[in-house]
Design a protein around this ligand. Structure first.
Ligand SMILES: O=C(O)c1ccccc1NCC(=O)[C@H](O)[C@H](O)COP(=O)(O)O
Length: 209
């Protein structure tokens, strides 16, 4: 079963709707310049309201350690996602497992970056776009990805329309979507979230035969 993470949640009703739709995880962006950034107090309220068994992922971009620590004081996140140019030492020591985002076009040799993060629990591959750290809504080439020895979380431009093909090509551990299920930056479209989850579950059934 392919896991589903819906990222860029900023509002309580969107968080609850993502959980209701069947998301396995939600992502909260703690990167103030993003249009999907969430405040610490709002995030804490969202975490407190979520039902059990929905994982919460906190996303940071080249953050000061003190910022990650401040967020964690109020927000009991399950997992950290480092989405910038962090080295391994920047990602550890927070008492939380982490995943590392790699910005790719799909043709590059990822082995040095994979080796640089031996403690990462998984790697999120997102489309590399100049001057943008994430949430681009753009896909990358899925066809020549190297085999990873850690879970692959596929991101970048996924939507209800293309997620089945993305899964068929890349066989990921999880898919991650943000703008493809939005009504506007930072606001989710609840129907699109339900549709996205339904398309992933249909792809699961096809894979099971
Ligand atoms: O979403 C953002 O605004 C963002 C800003 C800075 C760093 C990362 C950001 N999002 C990261 C995510 O995990 C997104 O889900 C991922 O980039 C895919 O986004 P999309 O292509 O819009 O589905």
């Amino acid at each position: 079963m392919v896991r589903i993470k819906i990222c860029g949640i900023t509002m309580m009703d969107d968080a609850l709707a993502a959980a209701e739709a069947g998301a396995d995880a939600i992502g909260l962006v703690f990167y103030p310049p993003s249009p999907r950034a969430v405040g610490v107090e709002a995030a804490a309220a969202i975490l407190a309201a979520l039902p059990p068994f929905v994982s919460t992922v906190g996303l940071f971009v080249n953050a000061q350690r003190s910022w990650v620590e401040k967020v964690l004081q109020s927000c009991p996140l399950d997992l950290l996602q480092f989405h910038g140019e962090e080295i391994a030492a920047d990602c550890s020591g927070f008492g939380r497992p982490y995943i590392k985002a790699l910005r790719v076009l799909g043709e590059e040799d990822l082995r040095p970056q994979l080796r640089a993060h031996p403690d990462a629990r998984g790697f999120l591959l997102d489309r590399a776009v100049p001057q943008l750290w994430g949430g681009s809504g753009e896909t990358f080439s899925w066809w020549r990805l190297p085999a990873l020895d850690k879970p692959l979380i596929l991101a970048g431009g996924l939507s209800p329309d293309n997620v089945a093909e993305a899964i068929a090509v890349t066989r990921p551990y999880a898919v991650d979507v943000s703008s493809g299920v939005e009504a506007s930056p930072g606001r989710k479209d609840h129907g699109k979230m339900r549709d996205f989850v339904a398309r992933v579950r249909a792809a699961d059934r096809r894979a099971e035969g």
